[in-house]
Design a protein around this ligand. Structure first.
Ligand code: PLP
Ligand code: COI
Length: 340
């Protein structure tokens, strides 16, 4: 039966779609893409992904334009980052072409789930790479499965593009200084659950993590990178324990082209009080403006918005990014992959 979806009411949740795609790596090589309409996979109980977290994932989005064409935002960057994650936890690297083919196929096959232009929703694409096989020692698997499914989504933080508070808790890290923070593996997210739940219970949308080595610098904002705006400058952390965000990379470019200066460097905690605007950014989070950062251990607050409105630079960046993603604005960067 045809489902009726209320597109403008979607949250960031899972909805069953028609198809997903799988591809197995066995005996040293990748097989063919396989289409499936099942929401389950059948894997060995001793698979390394289950016991030792040998897995990686990605997140990207497809948008329907006013011209009804489907645009996928910077998929090649996700293909490359998944290869980097694979190297980081010793999994087979999926060739970029195979990643692109799978993503294109799964989006096309689930076209009826791509939200209409103007709904504010998009189709979230979730590629996964899992270590399989009957192993019990801690060592890399010799079989892998790559799979991609999609689901239509609304904003990640239920506040959407409205400033919301985040908190700093000095007693939690999501990743180790030289650990896996710079790749997209499940363990980082498991490690963030306790702090995330505490933050939510206390009324915050996310945790703003400090660098895990010295606790002196800003790292990232839950499942999003952090940036601050001051004196017409876009300032974002460099750190070995944060994920290199494709959204942040795009905003850096847009900010530069809008005439802002850009600084990518360690941001001392003490600098938070000097920002005029602050936000998290990511595929799911897009730009999530921060109203206030509460440092729960030092009993300090940094306020960026108290009238419920995002700052002017966040607003401008948000509009520009979205208009490129949906095709309303030109894409001089070659970011948008139009579905053939
Ligand atoms: N940081 C973390 C920890 C994330 O999970 C994500 C989401 O992918 C990001 C940052 C943002 O990265 P991107 O803009 O590539 O989605
Ligand atoms: C994304 O922004 O795509 C992410 O992967 C964040 C996710 C943990 C919800």
């Amino acid at each position: 039966m045809e489902q009726r979806i209320n597109w403008s009411d979607l949250s960031f949740g899972y909805m069953k779609t028609d198809y997903n795609i799988r591809c197995y790596h066995r005996n040293g090589s990748w097989g063919e893409l396989e289409l499936s309409s099942s929401e389950s996979i059948n894997i060995h109980i001793s698979s390394t992904c289950l016991h030792y977290g040998q897995e990686a994932f990605e997140g990207l989005k497809a948008f329907r334009g006013k011209d009804d064409r489907i645009r996928i935002f910077r998929p090649i960057e996700n293909a490359r980052r998944m290869q980097s994650s694979a190297r980081g936890v010793m999994m087979a690297e999926l060739p970029e072409e195979k990643f692109m083919e799978a993503v294109e196929k799964v989006v096309k096959l689930n076209e009826r789930f791509i939200p209409p232009y103007g709904s504010g929703a998009s189709l979230y694409i979730r590629p996964l790479l899992l270590g399989l096989g009957a192993l019990i020692g801690v060592k890399p698997a010799d079989e892998f499965v790559f799979l991609v499914f999609v689901t239509p989504v609304g904003p990640y933080f239920k506040t959407g593009f409205k400033p919301a508070p985040v908190c700093i808790m000095h007693g939690f890290d999501r990743a180790a200084p030289l650990g896996t923070g710079s790749i997209k593996v499940g363990g980082n997210y498991a490690a963030s659950l306790v702090a995330g739940a505490k933050a939510h219970d206390a009324g915050y949308v996310s945790v703003l993590y400090l660098d895990p080595k010295e606790k002196l610098y800003i790292d990232e904002c839950g499942p999003a990178n952090f940036f601050g705006i001051r004196d017409n400058t876009y300032i974002t952390p460099s750190s070995s324990s944060i994920l290199p965000s494709i959204t942040n990379d795009s905003l850096i470019r847009l900010a530069g082209d809008m005439g802002l200066k850009v600084e990518r460097r360690p941001i001392p905690l003490t600098e938070l009080s000097s920002f005029e605007e602050a936000a998290g950014c990511g595929t799911a989070a897009v730009i999530s403006p921060i109203s206030r950062i509460d440092d729960l251990d030092e009993n300090r607050s940094y306020v960026y918005s108290s009238d419920g409105h995002p700052g002017p630079v966040c607003e401008k960046l948000y509009r520009k990014l979205l208009s490129i993603q949906t095709g309303d604005a030109e894409d001089p960067y070659g970011w948008v992959h139009i579905l053939p």
